[in-house]
Design a protein. Structure first.
Length: 659
C-alpha cells in the first residue's frame, strides 16, 4: 500500500504515506493509520496528490507533508467530528497536533481544515482553497495558532466561533469571495499580526458577532472590496466592543471604508467612549467614502457619531467622519542623512515631533536623483528602492549606487491616492557627503592545471588595494565549489571556510594573498569566479577558473577456481573478481567465463546482471566496491580442462584437472 514505518526504540513512530492515489480507498487506508497511531506520532505525506480525503484526527499527531502534497476534500463524505465536508477535522483529544506543508483544496462547500472542541493546534505553512467554504474553520477551541499559510479562493480565509486565544500570524489571506477573517459569536483574546490581508472581495477583517480583547497589529490590509460596486471594508466591526486594539496597520484602498464601526458597536444602553477602542499608529488612506467612520442607530436611522484617533497618518489627505476626534496625528518627517549614502524618514507626532514607533507594515519609496518629482511613480532610468517602515522609521542605503558630480537629491514619497496631497520629501545632498567607493584588483590561479578526482590542488587568490584609503568589510566568495572540493587555509588575516575568505580591512596600498589547499571529491566540470565585495568598494570579479576534474577509476581483476583438481561428477566454482579502488563509478565491465568440453554449467550468481544468451555479465562497479562474478560447473569427464575468462574482450586462462 506504500506505507513505511520507522519506529526507533526511544522516539515516536513516523508513518510515511507514499502510495498511489486511489480516492476513497486511499482515504480509508490513511484513516486506519491515523487510528492506529499513538499520541505524538508523525504522519508524513510524501505522495504528490490524494483525492476524496476526509480525515479525522482526535489525538495529538504531527500531520506533515514535505513535498507540498495536494489534498482534495471529499465532496460526498463528512468525516467524524465535522459538521460539513472538510479535508481534515482536528477535534476533541487532538490537543498538540501540528498540520503543515499541504496544498488543500475543497472545490465544493465546507472547509479545508476544521478545528473543533480542542486546544493548542498549530496550522503552519499550508495553502488552502475552498471555493464556497472556509479555509480554516475554528470552533469551540482555545490556543490555536495559524501561521505562514496562504488562504485564498474561499468564501472566508478563516472563521472563528466560540474560541479563545487564537493567534493568526504571518499569513497571506487573499482573493476570498467575502472576508479575509470572519468572527462569529464568543470569540476572545485574539491576536491578528503581520498578515497580508488583501484583495478579498468585501471585507479584510470582519468582527461581525464578537469583539473581546482583540488585537489587530502590523497587518497589510489593502484592496478588500467588491470590484463591481466599490463597496468594501478594511476592518468592519458590528458588535459590542470589549477591548479592541488596532495598531501599526497599513489600511489602504479598501473600497469605500477603511475602519467601519457599524451600529452594532453601540447597542441600547452602551456608551461608546474614548477608551472603547484604540486606533493608533495606523497608516490609513485611499478610501472613497471614509477612512474611519462610526454609525449609531437613532430612531431607525444610521447616524454618524464620534470616535477617537491617536497618532494615525492619513497620507496627507484626511477623509474622516466629521465627528472624529483626532487626539493626535502623525506625519512623515523630513529626510535625514545617517551617513554618506544612507538616509531615513520617520513617522512623527505632529505636535511633539516624537517618532511614533508603532508604525510598521507599509513601504516608502526613495529615489536617488529622481527624473521627475512631479509624479510619484518611477520612470525609466530612475534609481529607487521600496523600503519597509519598521518601528516608525524607514532607512534606505544608496551607498552602492552611482552619484552625479554635484546637485544630488533624495526624494521620498509615502503611499498615496492623489500625488498632489501625498506625503513627499526632498533632501539635497552636500557634495562633500557623496559616497565614493574604492576599486580593488584581484586574480586567481590553480595548480596543477590538470588533475583527477582525489587529487590535491592549490587555489591562490590575491586582492590588492591601490587606493589611498582602507577598504572595509572585504570578503572574497565563490573561490571554489564546495560541491567538488574540500578545502582548508590559514589566512594571514581574517577567516576562511568553504570557498569564502573574510578579510575584513584591506589597508591602503596593501596586497594580500591566500593559498587554499583543496582536494577534489568528485569528477565533472567545476566553474568558479571569485567575487570581491566590501562596505566601501565596488564589487569586482576575478578571472574565471573552469576545470574538468577527470574521473579516477582503478580496476583490478582476479580470476580463480575453488579447486584445480576435481573428481568427475563433482562441482567447481569459477570466478572473476572486479575491484574498483578508484574514486568514481566505472563504465560497463563485461565478464564471460567459457567452459570447455567435459564441463557443464550448473549455475551463476548476479542474475540481474547476467545475459543468458551471451553468457556475459555487465556490471558498473562503484568506487571502493567489488563484484565477484561466479559460475558453478560440473566436471563430466576426466582430463585437463582449459577455462577461458574474458574481461572486456580480452581472454585469460586457467586450467583444472578432472579425475
Amino acid at each position: 500500500m506504500g506505507l513505511t514505518v520507522s519506529e526507533p526504540v526511544t522516539a515516536a513512530t513516523v508513518w510515511t504515506i507514499n502510495e498511489t492515489d486511489d480516492g476513497m480507498n486511499t482515504n480509508t487506508h490513511i484513516q486506519s493509520i491515523i487510528d492506529n497511531a499513538q499520541a505524538g506520532d508523525t504522519i508524513l505525506f510524501t505522495g504528490p496528490q490524494y483525492t476524496h480525503i476526509h480525515l479525522s484526527i482526535n489525538k495529538p499527531l504531527n500531520i506533515i507533508s514535505t513535498v507540498g502534497t495536494q489534498i482534495y476534500s471529499c465532496p460526498m463524505e463528512i468525516p467524524v467530528g465535522a459538521d460539513d465536508y472538510t479535508a481534515f477535522v482536528i477535534y476533541n483529544g487532538a490537543s498538540g497536533t501540528n498540520i503543515s506543508g499541504f496544498k488543500i483544496n475543497n472545490n465544493d462547500q465546507g472547509y479545508g481544515i476544521t478545528i473543533s472542541n480542542t486546544t493548542q493546534i498549530n496550522v503552519f505553512n499550508n495553502s488552502i482553497s475552498t471555493a464556497k467554504g472556509i479555509g480554516v474553520n475554528i470552533i469551540d477551541s482555545n490556543g490555536i495558532k495559524v501561521k505562514n499559510n496562504t488562504l485564498l479562493n474561499s468564501n472566508s480565509g478563516i472563521r472563528l466561533t466560540n474560541s479563545n486565544l487564537t493567534n493568526i500570524l504571518n499569513n497571506i489571506i487573499t482573493n476570498n469571495n467575502e472576508d479575509g477573517i470572519l468572527f462569529g459569536k464568543n470569540v476572545s483574546h485574539t491576536l491578528i499580526e503581520e498578515n497580508n490581508i488583501s484583495s478579498n472581495l468585501f471585507i479584510g477583517i470582519n468582527l461581525l458577532e464578537s469583539c473581546n480583547n482583540t488585537t489587530i497589529k502590523n497587518n497589510y490590509i489593502s484592496l478588500n472590496y467588491n470590484r463591481g460596486n466599490d463597496e468594501g471594508r478594511g476592518i468592519y466591526i458590528n458588535t459590542l466592543i470589549n477591548g479592541l486594539n488596532i495598531t501599526g496597520n497599513f489600511i489602504y484602498k479598501n473600497g469605500d471604508m477603511g475602519i467601519y464601526d457599524d451600529i452594532g458597536t453601540t447597542p441600547d444602553g452602551f456608551t461608546f467612549t474614548e477608551d472603547t477602542q484604540n486606533i493608533e499608529n495606523n497608516y490609513i488612506n485611499g478610501h472613497t467614502f471614509r477612512d474611519v467612520v462610526r454609525y449609531v442607530n437613532e430612531s431607525g436611522d444610521a447616524v454618524r457619531k464620534e470616535l477617537w484617533l491617536k497618532d494615525n497618518c492619513f497620507g496627507g489627505a484626511q477623509n474622516l467622519c466629521p465627528s472624529a476626534h483626532i487626539l493626535s496625528e502623525a506625519t512623515m518627517s523630513t529626510v535625514s542623512q545617517i551617513s554618506p549614502g544612507k538616509y531615513s524618514i520617520s513617522f512623527i507626532d505632529t505636535t511633539t515631533g516624537n517618532i511614533c514607533t508603532g508604525f510598521n507594515s507599509f513601504y516608502v519609496n526613495f529615489f536617488l536623483n529622481k527624473n521627475n518629482t512631479n509624479k510619484g511613480g518611477a520612470d525609466t532610468g530612475d534609481v529607487w528602492q521600496e523600503i519597509l517602515v519598521k518601528n516608525g522609521t524607514a532607512i534606505v542605503d544608496f551607498s552602492k549606487y552611482t552619484y552625479k558630480n554635484t546637485n544630488n537629491t533624495i526624494f521620498a514619497v509615502a503611499p498615496y491616492t492623489a500625488f498632489n496631497s501625498a506625503l513627499k520629501r526632498s533632501y539635497n545632498i552636500s557634495d562633500s557627503d557623496i559616497p565614493t567607493k574604492l576599486n580593488l584588483s584581484t586574480s586567481t590561479t590553480i595548480t596543477p592545471s590538470t588533475f583527477k578526482n582525489g587529487d590535491s590542488v592549490v587555489y591562490k587568490v590575491t586582492v590588492k588595494n591601490s587606493n589611498s584609503r582602507n577598504a572595509a568589510g572585504v570578503k572574497v566568495s565563490n573561490i571554489l565549489s564546495s560541491t567538488y572540493f574540500t578545502s582548508s587555509a590559514k589566512p594571514a588575516r581574517g577567516t576562511y571556510s568553504n570557498g569564502v575568505w573574510n578579510i575584513g580591512t584591506l589597508k591602503a596600498g596593501e596586497t594580500l594573498s591566500l593559498s587554499i589547499s583543496a582536494k577534489a571529491i568528485r569528477s565533472g566540470i567545476t566553474t568558479s569566479r571569485p567575487t570581491v565585495t566590501g562596505t566601501n568598494i565596488n564589487n569586482l570579479y576575478s578571472n574565471t577558473i573552469q576545470k574538468n576534474i577527470a574521473k579516477y577509476i582503478k580496476l583490478t581483476y582476479k580470476n580463480s577456481a575453488s579447486s584445480y583438481k576435481i573428481k568427475r561428477g563433482k562441482y567447481v566454482y569459477l570466478a572473476t573478481q572486479v575491484i574498483n579502488s578508484g574514486k568514481d563509478k566505472s563504465g560497463a565491465v563485461k565478464i564471460k567465463i567459457t567452459l570447455p568440453k567435459g564441463m557443464k554449467l550448473a549455475g551463476t550468481n548476479y542474475l540481474s546482471y547476467y545475459n543468458k544468451n551471451t553468457k556475459t555479465w555487465t556490471v558498473y562497479v562503484p568506487a571502493g566496491k567489488s563484484y565477484k562474478l561466479q559460475v558453478k560447473a560440473k566436471v563430466t569427464t576426466k582430463g585437463t580442462k582449459k577455462i577461458t575468462f574474458n574481461i572486456n574482450g580480452k581472454n585469460y586462462y586457467k586450467y583444472i584437472k578432472g579425475y
